[in-house]
Design a protein around this ligand. Sequence first.
Ligand code: GDG
Length: 493
Amino acid sequence: EFAEEIDEPDESGVESVSDGEEDATDASDRQITVDEPTGGLTAGLDPVLRRSNGTWIAWGDGDADEAVVDENDCVRVPPDEGEYTLRRLWFSEQAVDSYYYGFSNRVLWPLCHGFEQLIDDRPGDLEWYRRINDRFATAVSRHASEESVVWLQDYHLGFAPRLIRDRVPDSVTVAHFWHIPWPSPETFDHCPIGSELLDGLLGNDLLGFHVDQYADTFLECVDVFLPSATVDRSTRTIRYDGNETRVVATPMGVDASSYATMSRETDSSNWESICDEYGIPQSNAVGLGVDRLDYTKGIPQRLAAVETFFERNPQWRGSFTFVQKATPSRTTIPAYQQLGSAVRQQVERINVRFGTDEWQPIVYTEDILPQEDLCALYRNADVMLVSPVCDGMNLVAQEYLAASVDELGALLLSNRVGAHEMLGSHAFSIAPNRTDQFTETLERVLTTARGEKRRRMSVLRERVFDADLDSWMRDQFAQMQRVRDGADTLDEL
Ligand code: GDG
C-alpha cells in the first residue's frame, strides 16, 4: 500500500480473468525481470524472505498470460539465485474494482481515518472482499507447513487471519501488521461489518500497529463490539474463541542509511536540473510537500497555510517557492477525483493571485519521480511540510530527515500522524486544520536561526536512524518468536 504509486496495478493492464486459479503458463522461453525498490517495506522484506527461503504471496500485477510462473503460479526469485518463492494471485477487473477500489478503499480506508462521511459501501463490494481474502487464505494454507510463520500486511486482508487460522495447524504462527490508524469505537460503529472484521483479525496470534493509540483503540473496539472476547488492557492480550491475540505497537521506520547515501550522491547538477525542469528559482528558499493525492494527507489545508503566508508576508513573494509533489492515487474513486480537481484549482488560484512573470509561488507536479530526484528534493528543501489530517505513520517525514545530510532544513509536522509520537518533540508541530497557527509556524521556521534548526535536526535524524526499517523488521520477528515460545505476557519477556 505505501508504495502503491509505484506498485499499483495499471488499471487498464489488469487482465480480465475468472476468479478461479489461472492455467499454467509456459515460462520456458520468457525472461524474468526484477525491479528492486530502494527503501520501503518491499525492500525490507526481500532479505527476510531470502534468509528464510520463504514464500511471498502477492497480488499479480499486470498480465497473467505474460507472467513467468509455473503451474502453481509460482516463480523462484531473484532470477539467478532463486532463494524464495513468489506466488502470484491473479484478479479479474471486477475483483480489483470491488475488492481494492471498493471495500478496501471506499469503506475501510475512510473508516480507519475518521472520514466516515466518505464511506461508500456499494452492493457486492463486501462479497468480493470476502472472496479475495479467502483466496489469499487458500493460497497460504497450501504453502504453510507445521512450523510456518505467516505475516500479513494491511487492511486489505482483514478477514484472512481467521480464514487462515481455521485451515492451518495450530503450530503455525499468524501475525499481521495494520499500516493505517485504528479508529475510536464511535467511528468504528459506522463499519458495516464491525464484529466480523474484529473476528477476522482475532485469528491472528500477533497484531501490530504503528503506535500505542491505535493498539488501545483496537482493544476498546473489541471490548465494545465483541462481548464474548476477554480483553486484558495491561498486557494488550485478547482471548477469544479459543485463541489468544497479542496486540503490539511497533512504529515502522525507513531505510535511513540508503536515503542518506542516495542523498549524498546527489550533487548540485541534479538539483540544478530539477530546478530547471520545474521552474524553481535556485536562489529561493524551498518548502516541500510529498504525498499521494489522498484526502487524509491534508494537502488543501497546507495550501491554505501557504496562501495565508504569502498574504501576510509580501517580503517572501519571489523568494520562497512551495513545491508540492502529489501522486495520483485510486483515481477511479469519486472522492479522489474531487480532491484532485479541488487541489489543482487551489494551486492555480494561488499562483494567479501572487505569481509574476518570473516566479510562481507553488510548483505543483503529479509526476512520479525517481528516488534520486526525490532525495535531491529532500536534501535541498529548507522546510518539509507534512500536514496530514490523519495518517498511520507517514514515512515521508522520516525519509526527509534521513536524506537531510547537511542538517540545514526543518520539519513541520502534523500532530495527527503516527510519526508525531517519535518526532513531535523536536519537529515544528502543527494542528493541520488551524490555518493561522500553521502559517505562524511556517513563518517561525523560515526565520529560526540555523543553529537551532541544526540542533533539532540532529536529534530527529538520530531517532530515524535508531528506529529504522531494519530495527522494525527485527522487532516484528522478535515479537513473533515470543508469541511462538508461548510466553505468558510480553511484559515478562
Ligand atoms: C501507508 C500509510 C504509513 C511518493 N511519491 C513518490 C514516492 N513516494 C513514496 C514516498 C514514501 C511513500 O511513497 C509514501 O509513504 P507514506 O507513509 O507517506 O504514505 P502511504 O502511501 O499513505 O502509506 C502510512 C505507510 O503505509 C507505511 O506503513 O506510513 O501512514 O497511509 O515512501 O517516498 N517515491 C518515489 N517517487 C515519487 O514520486 N520514488
